[in-house]
Design a protein around this ligand. Structure first.
Ligand code: IMP
Ligand code: MG
Length: 187
């Protein structure tokens, strides 16, 4: 454990964190390779637009775009898969719709983690209907438990264990998003 990891783990006090699953340096190495893969996947003149799915992807997106050495633009999607209750409603609401035009552009949806796949299944159809030149998904984590994923991510950072993970953008009830590493929660 490095100094930052020790300090962040100590501050949680409540011993909320079980163990560090991906360290900050492991994440940085993987994100750098993903950025290079994405840059290599498009012709030089392609019009590339990354859509970060908020809030969970905000840290990943910030690191990822700085590793993609080619022209691109960035916008966001804000979706909520939860209704008024705490239990997932299975209905994904688009709370912010990007103003950027999508027709004829190469769209990459940037997602923090693919779990049940509900978010991507419901969101991608709507984006595909806007007539982009291509539509791909880049996910930092993939639990590989989605029963029927209609839109499989082209780029995945890590195949994640089926545990509840926090940090590097991922939250539990809005806490822990700022941890520089990814940890599992003690249950
Ligand atoms: P899905 O729609 O079930 O694939 O879930 C996607 C969203 O659920 C992610 O974008 C996260 O915001 C949230 N989520 C799923 N699994 C986890 C987890 O282990 N930790 C934190 N958030 C999660
Ligand atoms: Mg979340």
């Amino acid at each position: 454990m490095n100094a930052a990891e020790r300090e962040f783990t100590a501050y949680t006090g409540s011993e909320a964190l079980e163990h560090i699953v991906y360290s900050a340096s492991e994440i940085a190495d993987r994100v750098a390779r993903m950025g290079a893969d994405i840059a290599a996947a498009y012709p030089r003149d392609a019009d590339v637009l990354l859509l970060g799915l908020l809030k969970g992807s905000f840290v990943f997106l910030g690191d990822l775009v700085r590793q993609i050495r080619r022209p691109l633009q960035v916008d966001f999607l804000v979706a909520s898969s939860y209704g008024k209750g705490t239990k997932s409603s299975g209905i994904v609401e688009l709370l912010y719709d990007p103003r950027a035009p999508m027709a004829g552009r190469h769209i990459i949806i940037v997602e923090d983690i693919v779990d049940s796949g509900t978010t991507l299944n419901q969101l991608c159809g709507g984006i595909a209907a806007r007539d982009p030149a291509s539509l791909e998904i880049c996910a930092l984590l993939h639990k590989r438990i989605a029963p029927d994923l209609e839109w499989e991510p082209r780029w995945v950072g890590f195949d994640a264990p089926n545990e509840f993970l926090v940090g590097y953008g991922l939250d539990q009830a809005e806490d822990f998003r700022h941890l520089p590493f990814i940890a599992s929660l003690r249950t």
